[in-house]
Design a protein around this ligand. Structure first.
Ligand code: PEP
Length: 252
């Protein structure tokens, strides 16, 4: 059985003080459960505080991005080694906002995925098609190439620390969710794509999260689909009660 994951992507939200408040609210509300792994990804500057506040509580802390180089003249960037040094060993890579607004290319993501593997970091790797691509019937091709371009150079053992997040771009922050059947269809396709390349065992073991306007009201139905192993949550991860309700939905 695959343990579900509920991961909160805070994006560029919450000051240091607000981070402390939200984490304390989560610690009060969340009722940890062996069947669900909970992750939050605050902005870089608030990661050390998040790690400190959560050292005795089963919520993992992730970064929202990292650079592929170890160090050097990359103004404004943060390396895998820097994250590990503060106790962060999970990173979200390839989020559609990074691809769209910061021009992250397949080549960059391949290097980042390789760096995450080299540094033994868990890589929550985001894929997903744009609305135009879905309307043109190209969504499977798009997602397959996003996975192949960034991840297929990696050896099988790298996948112990890879989680795929399927996030249709048209559903992120729009209030428009993929139907549970649309999510299931793509998750199954992703699993089959991985099975063809790496074999059935790997495909059966990898966790595939759905992301895109998941809310307390729709989480349970989406998570009930057989190939959906939890969610990557944006907006609703900023409210402790909503995030807690989504974690609860993953338990059932
Ligand atoms: C996301 O940014 O990963 C996301 C899924 O956002 P939202 O839940 O707000 O659609």
């Amino acid at each position: 059985m695959r343990t579900k994951i509920v991961a909160g992507n805070w994006k560029m939200n919450k000051t240091l003080q607000e981070t402390v408040t939200l984490i304390n609210e989560l610690k009060n509300l969340l009722n940890p459960h062996n069947n669900v792994e909970v992750i939050i990804a605050p902005p870089f500057v608030n990661l050390p505080k998040a790690v400190e506040l959560l050292q005795d509580f089963p919520i993992k802390v992730a970064a929202q991005n990292m650079h592929f180089a170890d160090s050097g003249a990359y103004t404004g960037e943060v390396s895998a080694g820097m994250l590990k040094a503060i106790g962060v060993d999970t990173v979200i890579l390839g989020h559609s906002e990074r691809r769209a607004y910061f021009n992250e290319t397949a080549d960059m993501l391949q290097k980042k995925a390789h760096k995450a593997y080299e540094k033994s970091m868990t890589n929550i790797f985001c894929v997903g098609e744009k609305l135009k691509e879905r309307e043109a019937g190209k969504h499977f091709d798009v997602v397959e190439s996003q996975i192949a371009d960034a991840l297929f150079q990696l050896p099988l053992q790298a996948y112990k620390k890879i989680v795929i997040a399927y996030e249709p771009v048209w559903a992120i922050g729009t209030g428009q969710t993929a139907t549970p059947d649309q999510a299931q269809e793509m998750h199954r396709f992703i699993r089959e794509t991985l099975a063809k390349k790496y074999g059935r065992d790997l495909a059966n073991a990898i966790r595939i999260l759905y992301g895109g306007s998941v809310k307390p009201g729709n989480a349970a139905e989406i998570f009930s689909k057989p190939d959906v192993d939890g969610g990557l949550i944006g907006g609703a991860s900023l409210k402790a009660q909503d995030f807690n309700a989504i974690v609860e939905a993953a338990k059932s």
